[in-house]
Design a protein around this ligand. Structure first.
Ligand code: PEP
Ligand code: MG
Length: 575
């Protein structure tokens, strides 16, 4: 009997496939009995995993020796110590034998006991070391389960696999790229979380915030996801499957109709030129950027270069990635954002630390300035790549003038190093900043004085203005781009940019949502940066707009202080 569930649509499209249940973290492992005669083998499996992880950690330490991440050595030593601690491993081996169970399960049981003991410790520093215990066990479990994720092989019936999970990290989602994953659904998550952003970039339909879907479906069961409406159908019969196949073809047809706009310039009815730029995560997205003839790249999220791996990319690897993007878009601006790590884009392994409040912690520019050598490596790679195209460097999550000053000093240092080494770079590379923190939007002068362009990151600006976690589905109903406070910050930034002659763009998800195009045009926005999959739809909106007529209406909206009135007025803009 089929049944339907409703969640949050985060990545458009229809997927039909078979369920594959994955655990929310590596640490949610299955329990199974092991026959007595196989118990020595099971213990040996655990010993081998320990040896592998020891090797990995020693390799990691050696590869970062002499590098800036001074804490890496200490962190690796601590994990090596834990691997030798009888409280963890010896006890887990004993559990395997006495409980006749699999090694992963024994390990996680024992880890929970150890973590409980850490929780009792009064010293906050020592208490936080429990994160290291969890990480080392995570490494072991990964090895035991046979890296990196237990993804099922390609199916013979032509249908893909739909991942059903409690939660997925952006790194998990990137891992789907090389498998036949046609969609995913999760218990938790929000539409502007980085996991959702990656899903859209991979064009994998996804619905999140389904609460207990893992308990409601079975492995291999047939599932349909409607990522546009947020609907999931469990166990559909042949008629329903047919209906959705039809709907999928209709969506594809609509998409191909939009393709006709590909080479049309985005100009409003009253002749205003609008730039429609692409958000990318790396060279792999270039095909999509070219397919829609984007005007350039407005946001290259470089942190995706190293999410989901244990080592940092060196200068050469970064240079190659940046150069590839710049070279393939000759004559078009390419805005590359320096690493925005932290919060839901935590580094795996290297440098990972426990944070009580990651979204408010060491992320983005704060992280980069705390790791000046890592930052300098990126700046050198960027400057070297600048000779291959029209590079602009963008700094995420600025809030303080001294952050900009420190960044500019580091850029000068990188240039000086390259000068000494006689390596070429473009001395005119523009430096811009993201406006993502309300404090920045309310104190624009210090940014305008120091920078060449601004880009509004509405995903974070909304998160921080309304104090809601963008990846938490429990508060997603409060995530409102039309909140009057949010609109005042966006409108104010666009107007200040115009007043002082500084280009302003929007590169958060709002720029790619047709519901907000007229509003943003009326505020004076002329640079929209979004996932390339949205560019043609937004172009269609731009072609129908008359900004001369919109501007005074939007000015009135910006003065409103009732959400419901704002919403009605924004809807009327299209009517
Ligand atoms: C934003 O915050 O709007 C933004 C574009 O940055 P990210 O989504 O990568 O945090
Ligand atoms: Mg952001």
């Amino acid at each position: 009997m089929a049944f339907t569930l409703h969640g949050l649509p985060v990545s458009q499209g229809i997927a039909i496939g078979h369920v594959h249940l994955v655990s929310h973290a590596m640490l949610e492992v299955n329990h199974y009995h092991v026959a007595a005669k196989y118990l020595p083998e099971e213990v040996e499996r655990l010993n081998e995993a320990v040896a592998t992880v020891q090797g990995e950690l020693i390799g990691l330490k050696a590869s970062t020796a002499g590098q800036p991440h001074s804490e890496v050595g200490a962190f690796v030593d601590l994990q090596l110590m834990m691997l030798a601690d009888p409280m963890l491993l010896e006890a887990a081996r004993e559990l395997v034998t006495t409980r006749r169970c699999n090694a992963e399960w024994a390990l996680v049981q024992q880890m929970e006991l150890v973590v409980d003991q850490f929780d009792q410790i009064e010293d906050p520093y020592l208490r936080e070391r429990k994160a290291d215990v969890v990480q080392v066990v995570e490494r072991l479990v990964k090895v035991l389960l046979g890296q990196p994720q237990h993804l099922p092989p390609k199916r013979r019936d032509g249908l893909g696999t739909i991942i059903v999970a409690h939660d997925l990290s952006p790194a998990d989602t990137i891992g789907f790229r090389d498998h036949n994953i046609t969609g995913f659904v999760t218990d938790v998550g929000g539409p502007t979380s980085h996991t959702a952003i990656v899903a859209r970039s991979l064009r994998i339909p996804a619905v999140v915030g389904l609460h207990h879907i893992r308990q409601l479906v079975e492995e291999d069961e047939l599932l349909i996801i409607d990522g546009t409406r947020g609907v999931v159908i469990v166990g559909p019969d042949e008629n329903i499957v047919e209906e959705y196949r039809l709907r999928r073809s209709e969506l594809e047809l609509e998409r191909s109709k939009l393709n006709r706009l590909k080479d049309t310039r985005a100009t409003t009815l009253d002749g205003e030129d609008v730039n429609l730029l692409a958000n990318i995560e790396g060279p792999k997205d270039l095909g999509q950027v070219k397919a829609v003839s984007a005007d350039g790249v407005g946001l290259y999220r470089t942190e995706f270069l190293f999410i989901g791996r244990d080592s940092l990319p060196d200068e050469e690897e970064q240079y190659e990635a940046y150069r590839t993007v710049l070279k393939s878009l000759p004559g078009k601006p390419v805005t590359i954002r320096t690493f925005d790590v932290g919060a839901d884009k935590a580094l795996n392994g290297v440098g990972a630390r426990f944070e009580p409040n990651p979204a408010l912690g060491l992320r983005a520019i704060r992280y980069s300035l705390a790791e000046p050598q890592m930052f300098l490596t990126q700046l050198r790679a960027l400057l070297r790549a600048s000779v291959h195209g029209q590079l602009k460097i963008m700094i995420p999550m600025l809030a303080h003038a001294h952050e900009i000053d420190q960044t500019l000093r580091l850029i000068e240092k990188a240039k000086a190093e390259l000068d000494v080494e006689k390596i070429k770079y473009d001395p005119r590379v523009e430096i811009g900043g993201m406006i993502e923190v309300p404090a920045a939007a309310l104190a624009l002068g210090m940014f305008i004085r120091r920078l060449s362009f601004l880009s509004i990151g509405t995903n974070d600006l909304i998160q921080y203005t309304l104090a809601i976690d963008r990846s938490d589905e429990a508060v997603v109903h409060l995530y409102d781009p039309l909140h009057p406070a949010v609109l005042k910050l966006i409108g104010g930034t666009i107007q200040a940019g115009a007043r002082f002659g500084l280009p302003v763009s929007v590169c958060g998800e709002m720029a790619g949502d047709p519901a907000y195009t007229l509003l943003l045009l009326g505020m004076g926005l002329r640079n929209f940066s979004m996932h390339p999959g949205h560019i043609l739809e937004i172009k269609q909106q731009v072609l129908r707009a008359d900004v001369d007529e919109l501007a005074p209406r939007v000015q009135r909206i910006l003065k409103m202080d009732e959400q419901s009135k704002v919403r009605e007025a924004v809807m009327r803009l299209a009517g």
